[in-house]
Design a protein around this ligand. Structure first.
Ligand SMILES: O=P(O)(O)OC[C@H]1O[C@H](O[C@H]2O[C@H](CO)[C@@H](O)[C@H](O)[C@H]2O)[C@H](O)[C@@H](O)[C@@H]1O
Length: 284
């Protein structure tokens, strides 16, 4: 394993701005990216919805902003840089909307599914998990039927109540509250308590496999041998990832508003490419 590489010229080290470095990021983030880029190997891990891509009404219609996709692909081509998408989406759905290059490592279903090489072993559920998943699906479908434009997304290990299109904010809250109450009842039935409930942006997620993005990042750090990790995410589920980062050597970036443990913040997906390009520029 090699040590930190020479950081090269940067802010304050010359008479003017470095022409190779894109302008526009806050100075403290820029400096953190410079330190991050000076380690080898590094891992750049990015959430998909709300980070690589703008949020849209129908999950299957989300696409990465072209500038983000180009910048992540370019980073992944650099020596000593690993790239990853770390998403709550099912692996198949993530691959369909993100169309990442083969070199991009994929953590999907919040960590329950992964593609770390040419073959991604399929997620296998035991009979008990299959039964619980069916029960969860019935509960969420019953709720969705009562709310026009609510629908249920299927994943190999979970079901998601999608309420983004529900008519009013009150209808969204009520649909989620009803589903939670019905799930509590389900958990009281014999052998049916093996599920985990999480919240996201206009979604109620239920999984029969316990996994989170923090575990996903730990795994990526292990398999890549990364000396430092950058993780950018926008949702509450990404806080599990931020919590696993080291304040000194890693870089955590919250995308958009809301409380967070991340050290840095950018306004939205349209600012991500600048972050990625800056890492590439500091790597030289
Ligand atoms: O971890 P992520 O990559 O951010 O995935 C989290 C969830 O993303 C999807 O839902 C979100 O994006 C949809 C499309 O923009 C949007 O309609 C929805 O309201 C968002 O919550 C996906 O459908 C979920 O399964 C993921 O868990």
């Amino acid at each position: 394993m090699t040590g930190p590489v020479s950081p090269g010229p940067g802010p304050g080290s010359g008479p003017g701005p470095d022409p190779a470095r894109p302008a526009g990021l806050p100075a403290d983030l820029s400096q953190a990216l410079r330190r991050f880029a000076g380690r080898t190997p590094i891992l750049v891990a990015v959430d998909f919805d709300g980070v690589m891509a703008e949020l849209v009404d129908r999950a299957e219609e989300a696409r990465p902003l072209p500038a983000n996709a180009e910048a992540l692909t370019a980073l992944g081509a650099l020596a000593g840089v690993h790239t990853a998408l770390v998403s709550g989406r099912a692996l198949e759905s993530l691959m369909a909307v993100a169309t990442p290059p083969e070199s991009t490592l994929l953590i999907a279903s919040h960590g329950a599914e992964r593609r770390l090489g040419p073959d991604a072993p399929p997620l296998e559920l035991d009979a008990g998990q299959v039964r619980v998943l069916a029960g969860v699906g019935q509960v969420l479908e019953a709720t969705a039927r009562r709310y026009p434009d609510a629908w249920v997304e299927h994943k190999p290990a979970g079901r998601v109540l999608q309420v983004r299109l529900a008519r009013t904010p009150e209808a969204k809250r009520q649909a989620v509250a009803e589903a939670e109450a019905a799930l509590r009842e389900l958990a009281g039935e014999p052998g049916m308590d093996g599920f985990h409930v999480g919240h996201g942006k206009d979604v109620l997620e239920v999984s029969v496999v316990r996994a989170d993005k923090g575990q996903g990042l730990d795994l990526l750090r292990r398999v890549t041998g990364a000396q430092a990790v950058l993780f950018a995410g926008d949702d509450v589920t990404d806080e599990h990832g931020f919590a696993r980062l080291d304040a000194d050597r890693d870089v955590s970036v919250k995308v958009g508003g809301g409380p967070t443990a991340a050290r840095f913040r950018i306004e939205g997906p349209e600012q991500l490419a600048a972050v990625l390009r800056e890492v590439a520029a500091w790597r030289g």
